[in-house]
Design a protein around this ligand. Structure first.
Ligand SMILES: CC(C)(COP(=O)(O)OP(=O)(O)OC[C@H]1O[C@@H](n2cnc3c(N)ncnc32)[C@H](O)[C@@H]1OP(=O)(O)O)[C@@H](O)C(=O)NCCC(=O)NCCS
Length: 347
């Protein structure tokens, strides 16, 4: 089988061609504009091996996260080939590819990081080979914390951090193409584009009490984000228990997030979640501000919560909102991770 896999999501343009058991590659330097370089590069690798595009049996493309324009160029090219030639095309997640490269080159790694702009890092965390979480805009110190003292595999060279530098490899790209069954070719971006964010940010956020009519929304979102999710029955009991308050966040009248609070001598945040696609727009912040207002109105002393040590995006959010670590519970979660109990004292 002949497979053509392309990766335009990173600085280098990578083209990998497998012909039977053999793998060939073309890599264009960092300065190449992917949109100008891609067709000549594909043309040249095919010609070198006396093949035509129609001889390719399967296409694969890295769909991100990565360069916004690069991803669009790559996906558009492969979709055109797929549709014109009526051949299968699969997608490869850039982080899965980088993780496969890193673990082949170095064994176990704590995190795979890509240097972003302004001294920040895009970081992927894997547990037992599965992508656990992808976070952005981490500082150097946060990245080191996140990697839990295990080696960091860095995709673009960075002398400031003691990181292992990952080298690209066409064989691994072809392996990923062989493993992928996903034919969606849906782009995955680090973040929404500026225009999309501005549009969503201009939207109206409202925080309202949840009722039983919201049970299916609550159950669905809870099961999407939590390994040990509360089930529909438990959520229903919570809605009917006056020791709990559940609030839903609406963006332009669509439910997009929720928070469950337990009232004791403090307000405990039992669970909080925002839908993928509308994250980082301040929705969880608004839900926590609401919890803050409830605690103050009931004259309770503090807001508290528990967070998995490696849930860095949630940890950073709580830290930003004034929570501090009250205690660490070792190996608290089923996956063996520690739990951070955090608190924000209100009086
Ligand atoms: C954690 C979660 C609730 C945050 O919701 P959100 O609506 O995106 O949060 P907000 O937009 O109000 O807050 C943004 C802040 O959170 C942090 N943050 C959120 N996502 C982040 C990410 N991917 N990487 C790094 N920081 C992140 C940052 O501090 C960010 O502030 P900044 O933009 O100034 O850096 C959401 O990511 C989620 O639902 N995660 C899955 C469920 C979960 O983990 N719940 C917490 C259990 S304890």
């Amino acid at each position: 089988m002949n497979i053509l896999a392309i990766n335009t999501a990173n600085k280098n343009l990578e083209i990998a061609l497998s012909v039977g058991q053999q793998v060939f590659s073309v890599v264009e330097s960092e300065n190449a504009h992917h949109n100008e370089a891609i067709i000549p590069a594909i043309d040249s690798i095919l010609k070198q091996h006396n093949l035509k595009l129609a001889d390719v049996d399967k296409f694969a493309v890295v769909v991100g996260p990565g360069s916004f324009t690069g991803i669009r160029v790559g996906i558009a090219t492969i979709k055109a080939f797929r549709d014109a030639l009526n051949k299968p095309a699969v997608e490869i997640n850039n982080l899965d590819y980088l993780y496969a490269l890193a673990s082949e080159q170095f064994g176990e790694v704590g995190a795979v990081a890509i240097k972003g702009s302004a001294n920040s890092y895009f970081v992927a965390k894997f547990i037992h080979g599965m992508l656990y979480k992808f976070t952005h805009n981490l500082t150097k110190d946060e990245l080191i914390f996140y990697a839990e003292n295990k080696p960091i595999a860095m995709f673009d060279a960075d002398g400031e951090i003691d990181a292992k530098i990952v080298k690209i490899d066409a064989k691994t790209l072809i392996n990923c193409a062989n493993l992928s069954k996903n034919q969606n070719l849906t782009p995955v971006y680090y973040q929404l584009s500026q225009a999309e964010r501005e549009k969503l940010k201009a939207g109206k956020i409202a925080i309202l009490n949840a009722t039983e009519a919201d049970l299916s929304f609550l159950t669905e979102l809870e099961s999407e984000v939590e390994a040990n999710a509360l089930n529909q029955h438990q959520l229903q009991q919570i809605l009917n228990d006056k020791n709990y308050i559940t609030k839903i966040a609406y963006l332009n009248d669509t439910p997009v997030g929720f928070i469950v609070l337990e009232l004791t001598d403090e307000v405990n945040i039992v669970t909080i979640a925002t839908k993928k696609g509308v994250r980082n727009l301040g929705i969880a912040t608004k839900l926590i501000e609401e919890a803050d207002a409830i605690a103050k109105s009931k004259n309770l002393s503090a807001l508290s919560l528990e967070v998995n040590y490696i849930n860095i995006s949630a940890f950073l959010l709580y830290k930003k909102l004034g929570f501090v670590v009250r205690r660490v519970r070792k190996a608290y979660y089923q996956d063996g991770q520690d739990c951070l109990e955090m608190v924000k004292v209100l009086k």
